[in-house]
Design a binder for this molecule. Structure first.
Ligand code: BYC
Length: 310
């Protein structure tokens, strides 16, 4: 890299300016952004799957409508993010190919099954809460198209959060079976939720450079801590318990202590060997195969007439 250009680039970032697609940027900045935005986009479409299976079974018409709108929003977020990543030079087709071949990662948390309605409620409330902590911070980052996409996403996520919280309050105020159902969901999802913010800072490969270039505006541990700070009191207030006997805030430092989640399980899950990875990718592969004729027709409107019916 030309040192003068790099210096000017870093000076702009230090001043809080946004970097736009046609501006000069170091090759590593471009690669890191593609990696992160692409993974984020994949997480949104794969994230639609565990909740999506609950649309037809959500209790009551209003819940069905709200959940359907939420899932549709998540897929819309993926569209915004794929567009932001495309500004950096990787095509949507390449990104989808890398997703379904297993080359690209997506969030660990969507590789767990949503067994009960309470699991869907956990996702709507607490996974969305975690996502908002991350996205609100990174919306203040340096790459214009990603930040603008995150701002729009956060606006919609704030509705999801209210919807999810309402669903959980309803279970909390319900019968002993309803309370037990949410407690079991919480027990199942707590560890994947702790994993959601990424490995501990000392093990995080990318944090240093991403923080330097203001792509990431807080470290993994700082985001995890902020989530605990905001949501542990709300969970306890509803009378639930958190399955970690060590979990406690140090009142002096404001830092939460917790049992270190199983990072070996995290690695297995993000490398493709979680409980639902194969199923999730298979759904996407089928969707790609079924949609192929639409893409081909769009490219060549006349070709569609000569195609055999699927
Ligand atoms: N899951 O150096 P590190 C939603 C990987 S969707 C999987 O700390 P970085 C929702 C990481 O990629 C919103 N992989 O990485 C949707 C790296 O591997 P590679 C989801 C993870 O980038 C529908 C390696 O571990 N949010 O909420 O500095 C319904 C080393 O990690 C994870 C986003 O996607 C993980 N959790 O920081 C409901 C946010 N964590 O690439 C809800 C955007 C780490 O070297 N992403 N890895 O092979 C980010 O903010 C950052 O990428 C992370 C990780 C904080 C996740």
């Amino acid at each position: 890299e030309d040192p003068g250009r790099l210096q000017a680039f870093e000076a702009r970032i230090a001043l809080g300016e946004k970097i736009e697609p046609t501006d000069w940027m170091p090759a590593l900045y471009r690669r890191q952004l593609i990696r992160m935005i692409e993974q984020h986009a994949h997480s949104e479409i794969i994230g639609a799957l565990p909740e999506g299976t609950w649309i037809t079974r959500a209790p009551g018409f209003k819940r069905k409508l709200s959940l359907m709108a939420k899932v549709q929003d998540e897929v819309g977020h993926a569209q915004l993010l794929y567009s932001a990543a495309e500004t950096l030079g990787k095509t949507r087709e390449e990104m989808i190919t890398d997703l379904i071949s297993g080359k690209s990662k997506y969030s660990n948390i969507f590789n767990y099954p949503a067994y009960t309605w309470a699991d869907a409620c956990f996702i709507s409330w607490l996974v969305d809460a975690g996502a908002i902590v991350n996205q609100l911070a990174n919306a203040k980052g340096s790459y214009g198209p990603y930040c603008r996409a995150l701002e729009r996403i956060c606006a919609e996520e704030s509705f999801h959060l209210k919807y999810g919280h309402h669903c959980v309050i309803y279970l909390a105020a319900g019968t002993p079976q309803q309370r037990a159902m949410f407690q079991e969901a919480l027990n199942r999802w707590w560890q994947p939720m702790m994993h959601f913010f990424g490995p501990a800072d000392k093990l995080s490969d990318h944090t240093r450079i991403l923080m330097k270039w203001k792509v990431k505006m807080a470290t993994n541990d700082a985001m995890r801590n902020q989530f605990l700070d905001m949501y542990v009191p709300k969970i306890l207030e509803l009378g639930f318990t958190i399955p970690d006997p060590k979990l406690a805030k140090n009142p002096g430092t404001g830092v939460w202590n917790y049992t270190e989640p199983d990072w070996e399980e995290f690695k297995r899950v993000i490398q493709g060997d979680g409980p639902c990875n194969r199923e999730r990718l298979e759904v996407r592969r089928i969707a790609e195969a079924r949609g192929r004729w639409v893409r081909e027709a769009l490219r060549s409107p006349r070709a569609v007439y000569s195609m055999p019916l699927a």
